[in-house]
Write a protein that binds this ligand. Structure first.
Ligand code: CAA
Length: 257
């Protein structure tokens, strides 16, 4: 299949999906998420693939959900489109998915990485949930998966006050499992993907499912509640103001309504 917003390739037993909207810092709009999840499902169904990689480019893994797509959306638009439902589709993938991150992993970009099974990073990676700047909150599992990964203290700092984590901090706080120098991050990360791809396939699937189970038991209701809150913020003037301010490169004037 040919795609407009992603590039795909097969390297040995590893299926690679590269988000390819560099001018928008790989912002995740519906077509991109649709293509990404379709490509992952195709790799998942292919017996010659043992492991998948989701990556971006050196500057950005993904700078978030596409603000320009959401800027004028209302509550009903967001609920009807179920835009965030794309992030859930990763849960149906049975083989391991590794996020290889360089540069920005912000908002829905960090949430996409956290929805993968492992996060490997370049030393240049930067992680954040900056939604508060737009008058909204993380909506694709961020408040839940981030808190499980880094703990309440750091998660609150990130969600309430846009604290960004460097790659070294992300490693220290348990958000990523390995950090590599920028010159070699892709090669080193792909080595790990190849190792996993060549391990016992049935046991690999079982290990992925078992580890993720600890998150899913409590995660499902948290993610559902988060989504209701996220969509409801599209009924506020502050969301319109925050996104318009971003697009027009000005400071937001919050009204609290
Ligand atoms: N959506 C749409 N477009 C985006 C984008 C996004 N999330 N992030 C960046 N872009 C676009 C910019 O609008 C800009 O486009 P133009 O050239 O047409 O103006 C282009 O990408 C390059 O961006 P900048 O000029 O802003 O680059 P910079 O180096 O000065 O700043 C940045 C980089 C700090 C990442 C900045 O772009 C930024 O703050 N982006 C927004 C990050 C953000 O708020 N993410 C959360 C989105 S909401 C979300 O994800 C909800 C959810 O939980 C699902």
């Amino acid at each position: 299949m040919s795609y407009e917003n992603i590039l795909t390739r097969v390297d040995g037993r590893v299926g690679v999906v590269q988000i390819n909207r560099p001018k928008a810092l790989n912002a995740l709009n519906s077509p991109t998420m649709s293509e990404l999840t379709t490509a992952l499902a195709e790799f998942d169904a292919d017996d010659t693939i043992g492991c998948m990689v989701v990556t971006g480019n050196d500057r950005a893994f993904a700078a978030g959900a596409d603000i320009k797509q959401m800027a004028t959306a209302g509550l009903v638009d967001m609920m009807n489109s179920d835009f965030i439902g794309y992030w859930d589709k990763l849960k149906a993938i049975t083989k391991p998915i590794i996020a290889i991150i360089s540069g920005f992993a912000l908002g829905g970009g960090n949430e996409l990485a956290m929805a993968c099974d492992m996060m490997l990073a370049s030393e240049t990676a930067q992680f954040g949930q900056p939604e508060i700047n737009l008058g909204i909150i993380p909506g694709a599992g961020g408040t839940q998966r981030l808190t499980l990964a880094v703990g309440k203290a750091i998660a609150m700092d990130m969600c309430l006050n846009d604290r960004r984590l460097s790659a070294a901090e992300a490693l220290q706080f348990g958000l990523v499992s390995r950090v590599f120098p920028k010159e070699v991050y892709m090669d080193e990360s792909m080595k790990i993907a190849h190792e996993i791809a060549n391990r016992a396939p049935v046991a690999i699937r079982a290990a992925k499912e078992a580890v993720n189970m600890i998150f899913e038991v409590n995660l499902a209701s948290g993610v559902a509640h988060e989504r209701t809150l996220f969509y409801s913020l599209f009924a506020t003037a502050d969301q319109k103001e925050g996104m318009d301010a971003f697009i027009n490169k000005r400071a937001a004037d919050w009204q609290g309504k």
